[in-house]
Design a protein around this ligand. Structure first.
Ligand SMILES: *[C@@H]1O[C@H](CO)[C@@H](O)[C@H](O)[C@H]1NC(C)=O
Ligand SMILES: *[C@@H]1O[C@H](CO)[C@@H](O)[C@H](O)[C@H]1NC(C)=O
Ligand SMILES: *[C@@H]1O[C@H](CO)[C@@H](O)[C@H](O)[C@H]1NC(C)=O
Ligand SMILES: *[C@@H]1O[C@H](CO)[C@@H](O)[C@H](O)[C@H]1NC(C)=O
Ligand SMILES: *[C@@H]1O[C@H](CO)[C@@H](O)[C@H](O)[C@H]1NC(C)=O
Length: 472
């Protein structure tokens, strides 16, 4: 039974519509249009308005039969766009020619039709000229198939093409994709697409979102990228792209998010990036990028997420990060950063996550970090930081296990905060290994130390210093 697989709202709709609608339609079609009481907008159209163009209906049946085993479509729904008999997974719209046309196909996402094992990409969709959006999710899973676009006409109305999570969708992105001139959203994520990004994609200048992530695309990011001037979102992450980030990315003046992480990109972050004044999300983690940063980095005043970990940067941290005051997440781990953490980072009052672990940072933690009131995840582990922690007890309890300072032998905890033990840091002056400790500043040594030190030592002896102090 079809209705058992539908969500409740569809059941309700079907129950109420399936009994009454055919009758209403019959009345509308047979009654003379002069009777005012039943004259709705539909009643003004001549009889054939309810029908599809037969050739389009035939194309649709062919597509449905090749994709789905859910139903015997042709028999169950001889007039697929007819109101009241609409399939899950398709939508129709009334065209200027007074015919109903398929405007949306949606497969694979419940309650839409699921795809059969032998389903292959239906290139016949190019023959549905009124189609505006196509979604195939988790659809091509067993039978290898390629993305084919036949250049039957130049007036495609397709605005959204979304092919996601189709492990059997293989081969290249065809250059004929450029015939889909109305495309605004192109999502080809989580398939097994190979080959280079075709240059023809960059002639689709209506594109607002382009997502090619999680494939096996190779080659470089073409400089022609700069011609997609309407782009707001760009995701090329998790591919095998090589070479530099083209400086032309700076021409994408409306860009708000881009993600190139987990590729093999090399070179530096290009200066062009500083022109992206609307950018709020930038991810370049796990590539082969090296220092330096664009000089005008601080112009990126919309940035909220900056995800750069896992690149061989080997430079000092730029002071300018401290001017990106909207930052909420700053990830710079595993990148060989040298020198001290700039005090300017303390100005990032909205920062909730800061990852600096596994670098070569030296010196003290900026005093201002203790008053970062939104921070809930701070990882400074595995560096060469030293000195007294600038944190008080409320800071420690707010972050709890999300504070990781381990692997910095020179850091120590002010004895007045010694009750906050589980942070992987020694108490300043505790005599476990004097050689790795920085000496206390004189004022602290004379005030806090003498009082708590004697209370503290017996506990350490009983429990074992390493167990208490190096809980990670
Ligand atoms: C589509 O447009 C291209 C150039 O814009 C042209 O060369 C081609 O002949 C057109 N194709 C059709 C089927 O109209
Ligand atoms: C920080 O976050 C708050 C709340 O989300 C927001 O109102 C404020 O404008 C943000 N500050 C900055 C400098 O972006
Ligand atoms: C901890 O430090 C913060 C920031 O400096 C301060 O606002 C807060 O009152 C302090 N809390 C305690 C318990 O000292
Ligand atoms: C901090 O980073 C290290 C190294 O990447 C990781 O093992 C650890 O789980 C992180 N700690 C926290 C609290 O996230
Ligand atoms: C303590 O210091 C000695 C040298 O004084 C060193 O050999 C040893 O590895 C250090 N132990 C730890 C746990 O740092």
């Amino acid at each position: 039974m079809l209705q058992q697989t539908k969500p409740p709202y569809l059941d309700t709709m079907c129950c109420s519509l399936s009994n009454s609608l055919p009758l209403i339609l019959l009345l509308l079609l047979s009654l003379p249009s002069s009777i005012p009481s039943v004259s709705t907008t539909k009643a003004h159209h001549p009889t054939n308005t309810i029908n599809m163009v037969p050739s389009e209906a035939e194309t649709l049946f062919t597509i449905m039969e090749s994709m789905s085993t859910d139903k015997t479509w042709r028999v169950s729904f001889p007039n697929p766009c007819q109101p009241g008999s609409t399939w899950p997974g398709i939508e129709c719209k009334l065209g200027a020619d007074n015919h109903l046309h398929v405007s949306r196909l949606d497969f694979g996402n419940h309650p839409n039709p699921s795809c059969k094992k032998t389903a292959t990409f239906p290139s016949a969709i190019s023959a549905l000229p009124h189609l505006q959006s196509v979604f195939f999710f988790n659809c091509f899973t067993h039978t290898k198939t390629t993305l084919s676009v036949s250049r039957v006409s130049n007036d495609s109305s397709l605005q959204q093409l979304s092919l996601r999570s189709n492990p059997a969708l293989v081969g290249p992105i065809p250059p004929q994709i450029s015939s889909l001139k109305s495309l605004q959203i192109l999502t080809l994520s989580q398939n097994h697409l190979t080959g280079k990004i075709p240059l023809e994609i960059f002639s689709l200048n209506s594109l607002v979102h382009l997502d090619l992530s999680y494939n096996m695309l190779t080659g470089t990011i073409p400089v022609q990228l700069g011609s997609l001037t309407n782009l707001q979102g760009l995701d090329l992450s998790y591919n095998v792209l090589t070479g530099p980030i083209p400086n032309t990315i700076g021409e994408l003046g409306l860009l708000q998010k881009f993600d190139f992480s987990s590729n093999l990109l090399s070179g530096v972050i290009p200066d062009g990036i500083e022109k992206l004044s609307l950018l709020n999300f930038m991810a370049l983690s796990n590539n082969k990028l090296h220092g330096q940063f664009p000089k005008g980095l601080e112009k990126l005043q919309s940035l909220q997420y900056l995800i750069l970990d896992g690149n061989p940067m080997y430079i000092t941290l730029p002071l300018e990060f401290g001017k990106l005051v909207k930052l909420q997440e700053l990830r710079l781990a595993d990148s060989g950063y040298l020198g001290t953490i700039p005090e300017s980072f303390s100005q990032l009052k909205n920062l909730s996550t800061l990852s600096l672990q596994n670098n070569r940072l030296t010196g003290e933690i900026p005093v201002g970090f203790g008053s970062l009131s939104h921070i809930y995840h701070l990882n400074l582990s595995r560096n060469m930081l030293g000195g007294v922690l600038p944190f008080n007890s409320s800071f420690f309890s707010r972050l709890g296990r999300n504070l990781d300072l381990s692997g910095n032998p020179g850091l120590c905890l002010s004895p007045s905060e010694a009750h906050s033990l589980k942070i992987g840091v020694n108490v300043c002056g505790s005599n476990n290994n004097g050689s790795s400790m920085l000496p206390l500043k004189k004022s602290q040594a004379s005030s806090g130390l003498s009082k708590s030190f004697s209370l503290f030592i017996p506990a350490l002896c009983v429990l074992g210093l390493h167990q208490i102090l190096f809980l990670v």
